[in-house]
Design a binder for this molecule. Structure first.
Ligand code: 5GP
Length: 194
């Protein structure tokens, strides 16, 4: 078990509806030393990629992306979520369905902060069906920038997102991949990784 799998086993809570709650160290209260270890691990896994920007999505991705960025020495841009936006031609916009909130959000990035010169590492906390990632990927493409890699903290391997993103050819690294979870027993099984 790696350091994150150990922490999920210790402090994660399995909820009904395929939701893993990790709000004591990741999504609400944040364990910054754990984040630092995750940042170092992302740097190790993407050591061969030429990355000059990290892109994430508010709110849970921001803390992780910022600590990871300390290891890459690059700026972080976070996509903003909003129900309504005044489209004035200065923004990249994608529509994303929220797994946890069951609604549609627009995700928005200012054109000032993403350009064809950018080689982007996308970072997010969870990968479930992949909607959030697809939105971020489409924004990077719209900007003419390049997706160099995608770093996820927890992938729920029993949902379709990971397979879809890997089949599209992206270099996707998930620090923990949950193979199955049992809400009655409160247990989590992880996929073996190299
Ligand atoms: P997707 O877009 O891949 O379907 O879902 C990813 C987003 O939904 C993540 O950014 C995360 O905020 C949220 N999410 C999905 N599944 C879970 C989960 O099991 N636990 C938590 N805490 N968030 C989740």
């Amino acid at each position: 078990m790696n350091f994150l799998e150990e922490r999920i086993t210790k402090d994660g809570v399995v909820k009904e509806g395929n939701v893993l709650k990790v709000d004591s160290f990741l999504n609400h209260q944040m364990d910054i030393e754990l984040f630092d270890e995750m940042g170092a691990e992302f740097k190790r896994r993407f050591a061969n990629e030429n990355i000059n920007k990290i892109l994430t999505i508010e709110a849970s991705g921001i803390g992780i992306a910022c600590i990871a960025a300390m290891h890459f020495h690059v700026p972080v841009v976070f996509a903003k979520k909003s129900q309504s936006v005044n489209l004035d031609g200065e923004m990249y916009v994608a529509e994303v369905e929220s797994f946890t909130h069951k609604c549609k959000n627009q995700v928005i990035v200012s054109k000032k902060f993403l350009s064809p010169d950018d080689h982007v590492l996308i970072i997010d906390d969870f990968l479930a069906n992949g909607y959030a990632l697809q939105g971020l990927i489409s924004i990077v493409h719209e900007a003419g920038a390049t997706v160099e890699g995608i770093g996820i903290v927890v992938e729920k391997g029993f949902q379709i997102g990971g397979q879809v993103i890997r089949n599209l050819g992206y270099h996707l690294e998930s620090l923990a991949i949950v193979e199955s979870m049992d809400p009655a027993a409160g247990t989590v099984k992880f996929r073996e990784q190299d």
